[in-house]
Design a protein around this ligand. Structure first.
Ligand SMILES: Cc1ncc(COP(=O)(O)O)c(C=O)c1O
Length: 390
C-alpha cells in the first residue's frame, strides 16, 4: 500500500534512541534484575487527593463530551495558575486542554510550520523534538550548547543559526536531558532574537515545578512583550506524577488558541471532563507530596554525585531543575553510547546515552533520578567500577 512521506520521514527518528533501554527491558522480561535509570517516569506516588477528585467527578457523571478547547472550568484553573506565575491577567481563552505535552507540541508544530520551515533546537534536546518538527515537514536545526557552560544557551550561536526559513525556537527549561534552568536574562535575550526575526518561541515547561537550590524558574511567557509569540506546552505528568492521566495544555495568545483549535479537532473531540476537574484541582492546590518529590530528585542527584566522585574520567554537576542528571564520561575515552552499552552489559545498569539527545549530548549519559537513594548509591558504585576498568 502507499503511505504518506510523513511515515518515511519519521521512520528513523524513533526506536534507535531507545536501543539500550529496550535491550534492558528485554533482559528484565527474562527475569534478570537491572537498575533502570533510563526513563523519566516519576516513581513516587501522585497526591491521592487528585485521584479522589477524578474518581468523585467520574462517579458524578463528568463523562460526557467536553468543549473542544477543554471545559471553561479547567481553563479557568489554568488561567489562575498562569496569572500567578506571570503576574499578568491571563484569561481562559488563552488555553487549550490537550492530552499531554507531547500532543500539545505536535499540534503546535502542525499549526505553525510550513514544509521547509526551520526550528532551532538547543542541542542536547528532548528525544521527540526532531520528530515533532519533522512530522509536518519542518527542519530541525540543532544549535550547540556547551557542556562546559552547564548547557546554558549561547545567544550568539542562536542568532547565527537564524536563516530566512527559521520559524521558531523550541526551548525546554528546566531541560531534559541537561537539567539547566534558563535565567530571565537568557530568555529575554532569546526573546530579542525572536522579535527581530519574527519567530515563535515554543517553551516546553513540563518540569517548571522542579527547580533546585537557588535557581529560579522563568518563562518567556512571563514577558509581556513576548506573550503574542510564546507558546507554552506543559502537563501534570511530571509535576504531579500523573503521566497516565494524559492531562496537558498549550498556553499562548487567544489568537493562537483560536487558530490551533481546528488543528487539534482533527484528532481530538474534546477531552475527559473528570480529568479536567482533577487537573484544575491539581493546579490550584498545594501538595506536600509534590515538594517531597522534588526534594527526593535532588537528594538522589546528590547521592549519585557523591558516589561517582572517585570514578575515573567521570564528572558531573547537580541539575538546576528537573529529574535528570548528566554524567560526563568524556574523560573515560568512551562515547556515551559505548559507556551506556558496557554499563548495561557488565553492570546491569540501564541509562540513556547522551547521543540519543543530539550531537552535543555525545560523551554523556543521562540518568533519570527515579530510584531510591540506596539503589542510586548502588548504581554509582557500579558506574565507578566500570570506569575503573577502562
Ligand atoms: C521535555 C519533555 N517534554 C514533553 C514530555 C512529554 O510529557 P507528557 O507526558 O506531558 O506528554 C516529556 C516526557 O518525558 C519531556 O521530558
Amino acid at each position: 500500500m502507499r503511505y504518506a512521506s510523513t511515515v518515511s520521514r519519521l521512520e528513523h527518528l524513533g526506536s534507535a534512541k531507545w536501543a539500550i533501554h529496550i535491550a534492558g527491558k528485554r533482559r528484565a522480561a527474562n527475569g534478570e534484575k537491572l537498575i533502570f535509570l533510563s526513563i523519566g517516569e516519576p516513581d513516587l506516588p501522585p497526591p491521592m487527593a487528585i485521584i479522589d477528585v477524578a474518581d468523585r467527578q467520574m462517579r458524578a457523571g463528568r463523562l460526557r463530551y467536553s468543549a473542544g478547547r477543554g471545559d471553561l472550568s479547567v481553563r479557568e484553573g489554568l488561567a489562575s495558575y498562569y496569572t500567578r506565575q506571570t503576574g499578568r491577567d491571563i484569561s481562559a481563552d488563552q488555553f487549550l486542554f490537550l492530552p499531554g505535552t507531547q500532543a500539545a507540541l505536535a499540534s503546535t508544530m502542525m499549526a505553525i510550520l510550513e514544509p521547509g520551515d526551520e526550528v532551532l533546537l538547543l542541542d542536547p534536546y528532548y528525544a521527540t523534538y526532531e520528530a515533532v518538527v519533522t512530522a509536518p515537514g519542518g527542519v530541525p536545526v540543532p544549535v550547540p550548547l556547551d557542556p562546559d557552560r552547564g548547557f546554558h544557551p549561547d545567544i550568539a550561536a542562536i542568532e547565527k543559526a537564524v536563516t530566512s526559513r527559521t520559524k521558531a525556537i523550541l526551548l525546554n527549561s528546566p531541560s531534559n536531558p541537561t537539567g539547566a534552568v534558563f535565567t530571565a536574562a537568557e530568555n529575554r535575550a532569546i526573546g530579542e532574537i525572536a522579535k527581530k526575526h519574527d519567530l515563535w518561541i515554543v517553551s516546553d515547561e513540563v518540569y517548571a515545578s522542579m527547580i533546585h537550590g537557588n535557581h529560579v524558574f522563568h518563562s518567556p511567557f512571563c514577558e509581556k512583550d513576548l506573550e503574542e509569540r510564546t507558546i507554552v506546552v506543559s502537563s501534570i505528568s511530571k509535576s504531579h506524577a500523573l503521566p497516565g492521566f494524559r492531562c496537558g495544555w498549550v498556553a499562548g495568545s487567544a489568537e493562537f488558541c483560536n487558530h490551533l483549535l481546528p488543528v487539534t479537532e482533527t484528532q481530538l473531540f474534546g477531552s475527559q471532563p473528570f480529568l479536567e476537574d482533577a487537573t484544575a484541582f491539581a493546579l490550584t492546590t498545594h501538595f506536600d507530596e509534590t515538594d517531597a518529590m522534588k526534594n527526593a530528585y535532588l537528594a538522589r542527584a546528590r547521592v549519585l554525585m557523591e558516589g561517582v566522585k572517585g570514578a575515573k574520567g567521570v564528572t558531573t554537576h547537580l541539575p538546576e531543575g528537573g529529574m535528570f542528571l548528566m554524567l560526563d564520561v568524556r574523560g573515560t575515552g568512551l562515547t556515551g553510547e559505548a559507556f551506556a552499552r558496557r554499563l548495561l552489559d557488565e553492570e546491569d545498569v540501564v541509562t540513556m546515552p547522551g547521543e540519543s539527545f543530539g550531537a552535543r549530548g555525545a560523551g554523556h549519559l543521562r540518568v533519570a533520578l527515579t530510584v531510591d537513594e540506596a539503589t542510586m548509591a548502588e548504581a554509582a558504585r557500579r558506574i565507578t567500577r566500570l570506569a575503573g576498568r577502562l
